[in-house]
Design a protein around this ligand. Structure first.
Ligand code: ARG
Length: 465
C-alpha cells in the first residue's frame, strides 16, 4: 500500500519499490508509530476532525494492531512502503472508513521524527540504566581489593604506583560522564515534533502541548522546518553511544593486557572467555575483544549519519530514511556491550601479589623520592637529576629500589636523609598523594564513598536533562 498516488499515471517500478522501501528495517518502530498515532487520533478528536466515537474506534484498532505486532511473523509478506503505511493499512482493515481520516494534517516527515524520538528515548533510558549497572560492578570490583597496589602507566611504561580502586575510579569518572552525555542526548530527543506538518506547520490547529503531554515529551519543537529537517538528536544519541564504546574499548584493551600471560595480574571468569579449537591450553578474552571490536560499528553508525546529513538542503529529504539502520545498530551494540562489560567486571579476580611485585621491581617510586627531596629543600630540578642518576646506577648494578638502604642511599648522595628510604616502597609514596583526586589511601577511600553517592544519584534519575 501507498499513502500517495493520485498524481501518478503509472505505478512504481519494482526496482524503485525494492530500493526505497524501508519496512524491512523500520518495522522496529511499530510500537512508537502506534503510540504517536494514538496521541494524534486524540488530537484529531480534540480538533473536531473525528468524533469521540470515531476516536474510540481508532484507538481500539491501534490497540489490536499493537497486540498483533508482538507476533514475530506479523510483517510476513507485507509490501508496504514503510512502517507508517503499514500501520495505516492495518488500521483500515480494522477500523474501516474512519481510518482514512487519521492522516489529516499530518505528514510522514513529522511522524518519522516523532517515532524515532520515542524509540530513542526508551533506548536512552535502557542505556542509562545499563551504565549505572556497570558502574555498580566497577565499584564492587574496587571494594574487593581496596588496598591493592598496581603500577600506573604512561606510554605503557610503568610510571607511578596507584591503588587498584583509584584505577577503577578513573573508569567510573568516564562512565559517569557517559551517563551525563546520554542524559543530555535524551533531553534533545525528548521534544515533540507533531504539528509541524511536512515542513510548514499543520493546517489544523492542533493543541500541540496536549499531544506532548500525552506522549510525555518535555517540550514541543519551535520551528516546523527545523522539526522536519532535524536529526541532531539522533546524532547526539550516536555520539553519546560512541563515547561509551570508546571507553569500553579502552577498558577492554587494559584487561586483555592485564589478564595476559605477560602481565598475569587478573583472571577473567570462564564464563566470559573461550578456548581454541586447536590449542588446548588457550583461554581467550573474546568478550573483551568483541567489545573493543564493536566500537568500530558504533563509530561507523555515527559517521554514517553524519555524512548522510551533510549538505542536505532544508528540510526533509529522503536521504534521511538512512538514519534508522545506524541508530538501531548503535543501540543494539551499545546495549549488548554494556551488558557484557558488567558480566566481565563481575567475573574478574585480581592477583594482588603480581602487580604489587611489578611496582616493587620497577622504579615507580622515583617521583616519590624526587618529591621528598624537594620537600626537604633540594630544588626539584636537582632532585630529579639525582634520582635519575640513582636509577641509572641501579640499572647498571642490577639493583631494585628495595635493595637500597638508608645508609647506601646516603652514601650515594648526602641529600638523601635516612627517613627517605621508606619511599623506596611503592605503598609509601602514595601516602604523599592525599590531595583530592590523588591516589593517597584516604583520598581514594573518600573518592569511593563519593562515587557510591553519585551512583545512587544516577539510580534516582541523577541530573536528568
Ligand atoms: N520512510 C521515510 C523515512 O524513514 C518517512 C516517509 C517520508 N517520506 C517522504 N517521501 N516524505 O524517512
Amino acid at each position: 500500500m501507498k499513502l500517495w498516488g493520485g498524481r501518478f499515471e503509472s505505478g512504481s517500478s519494482e526496482a524503485f519499490e525494492r530500493f526505497s522501501g524501508s519496512l524491512r528495517f523500520d518495522r522496529k518502530l511499530v510500537s512508537a508509530d502506534i503510540e504517536g498515532s494514538r496521541a494524534f487520533a486524540r488530537a484529531l478528536a480534540r480538533a473536531g476532525i473525528v468524533t469521540e466515537a470515531e476516536c474510540r474506534q481508532l484507538l481500539a484498532a491501534f490497540d489490536e494492531i499493537a497486540r498483533e505486532a508482538e507476533s514475530p511473523d506479523y510483517f510476513q509478506g507485507a509490501e508496504d512502503e514503510d512502517i507508517h503505511t503499514f500501520v495505516i493499512r492495518k488500521l483500515g482493515e480494522k477500523a474501516g472508513a474512519v481510518s482514512a481520516k487519521i492522516h489529516t494534517g499530518r505528514s510522514r516527515n513529522e511522524q518519522v521524527s516523532s517515532d524515532i524520538r520515542l524509540y530513542l528515548r526508551s533506548a536512552a533510558d535502557t542505556i542509562l540504566q545499563q551504565i549505572a549497572d556497570f558502574c555498580e560492578a566497577l565499584l564492587a570490583l574496587a571494594r574487593k581489593y581496596p588496598d591493592a597496589v598496581i603500577p600506573g602507566y604512561t606510554h605503557l611504561r610503568r610510571a607511578q604506583a596507584v591503588l587498584w580502586p583509584h584505577y577503577l575510579l578513573a573508569y567510573f569518572e568516564m562512565f559517569e560522564r557517559d551517563y551525563e552525555r546520554m542524559q543530555q542526548a535524551r533531553g534533545r530527543i525528548n521534544v515533540m515534533p507533531l504539528g509541524a506538518g511536512a515542513l510548514a506547520g499543520s493546517g489544523f490547529g492542533f493543541d500541540r502541548q496536549a499531544i506532548a503531554r500525552e506522549l510525555n515529551f518535555a517540550a514541543i519543537t519551535r520551528n516546523s522546518m527545523d522539526a522536519s529537517g532535524d536529526r541532531d538528536f539522533a546524532l547526539d544519541f550516536l555520539y553519546a553511544s560512541s563515547v561509551i564504546l570508546l571507553h569500553l574499548s579502552r577498558l577492554a584493551e587494559d584487561w586483555i593486557l592485564y589478564s595476559s600471560e605477560e602481565f598475569r595480574w587478573m583472571a577473567l571468569g570462564d564464563g566470559v572467555t573461550s578456548g581454541s579449537s586447536l590449542m588446548p591450553q588457550k583461554k581467550n578474552p573474546d568478550s573483551l575483544e568483541l567489545m573493543r571490536g564493536k566500537s568500530g560499528r558504533v563509530f561507523g553508525a555515527l559517521t554514517s549519519l553524519f555524512v548522510t546529513m551533510k549538505g542536505l538542503p532544508m528540510t526533509y529529504n529522503r536521504d534521511m530514511q538512512e538514519d534508522k539502520e545506524p541508530l538501531f545498530e548503535a543501540f543494539e551494540q551499545t546495549s549488548g556491550s554494556l551488558a557484557m562489560a558488567k558480566v566481565v567486571a563481575e567475573s574478574v579476580t585480581l592477583d594482588r601479589a603480581r602487580p604489587a611485585e611489578a611496582a616493587e621491581e620497577s622504579w615507580v617510586v622515583a617521583t616519590d623520592l624526587a618529591e621528598e627531596l624537594a620537600r626537604s629543600g633540594v630544588p626539584f630540578h636537582r632532585a630529579h637529576q639525582l634520582v635519575g642518576q640513582l636509577v641509572l646506577e641501579s640499572f647498571k648494578a642490577n639493583k631494585r629500589p628495595g635493595d637500597w638502604t638508608p645508609e647506601t642511599l646516603a652514601a650515594f648522595a648526602p641529600e638523601f636523609k635516612p627517613g627517605m628510604a621508606r619511599l623506596l616502597h611503592p605503598a609509601e609514596g602514595m601516602r604523599t598523594r592525599e590531595l583530592p583526586g590523588g591516589t593517597g589511601p584516604a583520598a581514594v577511600a573518600a573518592a569511593l564513598e563519593q562515587a557510591e553517592q553519585r551512583l545512587a544519584a544516577m539510580r534516582s534519575g541523577g541530573t536528568q536533562a
